[in-house]
Design a protein around this ligand. Structure first.
Ligand code: 8Y4
Length: 281
């Protein structure tokens, strides 16, 4: 399996790490714009040195209760860092946004994947993604970021998430997005209870029915720290367990904060999977 942008291809036959790069001001509350950009660039280069294949650059906070950012604010945050990374590396850069104008500005600056937690449902987003001809990650969310955790409710979560993704795949294809460039994400933590999140992890294999790459993002999320009764900064072991389980169940892209440790864990999983294939042949 692979995704492509122009003549660049990313092989997903073994799992890869997507490193999280937040460029929201609340991630670096001290220092001005310049210092924040310098810190973000340093963090980006460290994640690449640690084994990240993709850097996910985000300028909007989707945490429950976060304030909305204007499209110009978001562009002003992400474009300089994308340009700076692109000057130094030919890595894959994803832009974490739901706004069409941000997608266009980010791809022009050098981003080559669109990662949209709203699955291209905002005005103009589907058309922008299709025109830009970059791979897209479409994620499931129940409700809206502000209120999604108030009362998550499903009859059969895996079935409902798959049904949503199926509809969004159809919408993407109708808009002109190449099917093989659609990455699917069950959206851990987005309108889901603790049980829902673990059901989705246990049943992750179900999403292989589409024959498309799967992205899993559980790093430091409440599904781990609530269960362990710890803080997000103190759950590396739990985050690695989630990454390992997801990769063992065939997820191709793992979105994480702790790149170095996760890259090692995924290498171990990949070797076990490879040896298992060789036993079968
Ligand atoms: C600490 C800081 C702990 C932030 C948790 C968080 C996903 C995603 C997010 C995901 C895809 C997050 C942008 C939430 N989660 N994109 N984005 N999949 N594709 N929270 O699961 O990381 S933001």
């Amino acid at each position: 399996m692979e995704i492509t942008h122009h003549n660049k291809t990313l092989s997903l036959n073994s799992p890869v790490v997507m490193g999280i790069l937040n460029v929201t001001p609340d991630s670096f509350s001290d220092g001005g714009q310049f210092q924040q950009q310098a810190h973000a660039l340093e963090h980006a280069m460290q994640m690449l040195a640690d084994g990240a294949t993709i850097l996910d650059v985000g300028g909007e906070s989707t945490r429950p209760g976060a304030v909305d950012v204007t499209q110009q604010d978001e562009i002003d945050r992400v474009v300089p860092i994308i340009k700076a990374i692109r000057e130094r590396s030919d890595c894959w850069i994803s832009i974490d946004t739901s706004k069409a104008a941000v997608m266009r500005a980010a791809v022009e600056a050098g981003a080559n994947i669109i990662n949209d937690v709203r699955a291209l449902r905002e005005p103009g987003a589907l058309e922008a993604a299709a025109t830009l001809q970059v791979p897209v990650c479409i994620m499931h969310m129940q409700g809206q970021p502000r209120t999604m955790q108030s009362a998550p409710d499903y009859e059969n979560i895996t079935q409902e998430v798959a049904q949503f993704l199926s509809q969004r795949i159809d919408a993407c294809i109708d808009a002109g997005i190449v099917r093989q460039n659609i990455i699917l994400d069950p959206g851990y933590g987005f309108g889901k209870t603790l049980s829902h999140n673990y059901q989705l992890l246990a049943q992750l294999e179900a999403f292989h029915e589409f024959g498309l790459p799967i992205l899993a993002g559980m790093s430091r999320k409440s599904m781990i720290y609530k269960m362990l009764d710890k803080t997000p900064q103190d759950i590396l072991g739990g985050s690695i367990a989630c990454a390992t389980l997801a990769a063992a169940k065939g997820a191709q892209i793992i979105r994480v904060h702790d790149v170095k440790e996760t890259a090692d864990a995924l290498k171990v999983v990949a070797m076990a999977v490879r040896e298992n294939h060789e036993l079968g042949e």
